[in-house]
Ligand binder design. Structure first.
Ligand SMILES: [Zn+2]
Length: 300
């Protein structure tokens, strides 16, 4: 009996160790095919990169279902890696990063399963793997830090060279943001920062989107123009603007009550290109550090 108890103890102990070691900080996990990558971080920031992949398959169909977009967000994977480097260099922490290496021609990791795979069931597993990694990252981060910021990182080809920050509010809604925050409750509920505003009643949506310490305001001040921000509250009517897609809506929804965030659609020149990406990454890390201090009371 004693022996049984002892061996049981070791079994449980070993299982616990295995779980604790399953997601080792700094380690990169992938699926079998290396189409999906997960870097385990140790700060409350999760970055996903759904459209940077360039891996093409000879035996998989090119997505052609209704509305399918197949354009690659060039150098967004490289940008995420620069961001990781910048956090490590200055703060000795790293964000959680989830990357899709597979070309968007086969799989779109910022759409629901049906549109993402265009019905190609052989890629269901890969679609699920990407989202399972995000789920895991959010679970680890919120358990450890209480709250977490989720950012879905993209690249746009619009003519205005600036970051388009998507808070799941349309350009029209951003233009209609009332100066009096108490009149914006409908927009709050629709936005990707709703969860933070529900947790912290001292904050309001105007502060978070266009206030002195908003992400857009701080990154613009660092030399990388962004909309919305204090400097540029909303896109003009004639402007093209991405306001946040499937991932941003999903991971900032009420199913993830301790998560909030936004989509970043980055311009190429000076942000994603070789010369610009290390500079942008450094400023990005500094702005997130300041943001975490202001809104989450976390010092990196
Ligand atoms: Zn994209």
């Amino acid at each position: 009996m004693k022996l049984l108890k002892l061996s049981l103890f070791f079994l449980v102990f070993a299982a616990n160790m295995a779980y604790a070691q399953k997601w080792e900080v700094g380690k990169t996990y992938t699926d079998e095919e290396k189409w999906t990558e997960f870097v385990v971080g140790d700060m409350p920031l999760i970055i996903s990169v759904p459209h940077g992949g360039t891996t093409l398959l000879t035996d998989a169909a090119i997505r052609s279902c209704k509305g399918a977009v197949t354009v690659t967000d060039t150098r967004t994977i490289e940008l995420a890696k620069e961001i990781e480097k910048a956090f490590l260099a200055k703060y000795h922490v790293r964000p959680f990063i989830i990357i899709s290496n597979l070309s968007r021609k086969h799989l779109d990791q910022n759409r629901d399963l049906e549109e993402g795979t265009c019905g190609n069931e052989s890629l269901n597993k890969t679609w699920n793997q990407f989202h399972d990694y995000i789920d895991t990252a959010l679970a680890i981060a919120t358990k450890k830090f209480g709250k977490a910021i989720y950012i879905d990182l993209h690249g746009h080809g619009h003519s205005k060279q600036r970051l388009e920050l998507g808070y799941t509010l349309s350009a029209d809604e951003l233009r209609g943001l009332d100066k009096n925050p108490s009149k914006n409750s409908k927009l709050v509920a629709k936005s990707s920062v709703a969860n933070l505003l529900a947790i912290d009643k001292k904050l309001d949506i105007n502060q978070l989107l266009i206030g002195d310490n908003s992400f857009g305001t701080l990154i613009t001040a660092a030399g990388f123009e962004a909309v919305p921000s204090k400097q540029d509250n909303a896109p003009l009517e004639e402007d093209k603007y991405f306001n946040g897609g499937y991932n941003t809506r999903r991971y900032t929804s009420e199913k993830y009550p301790n998560v909030f965030g936004w989509q970043i659609e980055s311009n190429y020149k000076g942000v994603r290109d070789k010369a610009g990406s290390p500079l942008f990454a450094k400023s990005f890390a500094e702005v997130i550090a300041s943001y975490l201090k202001t809104y989450l009371n976390i010092n990196l």
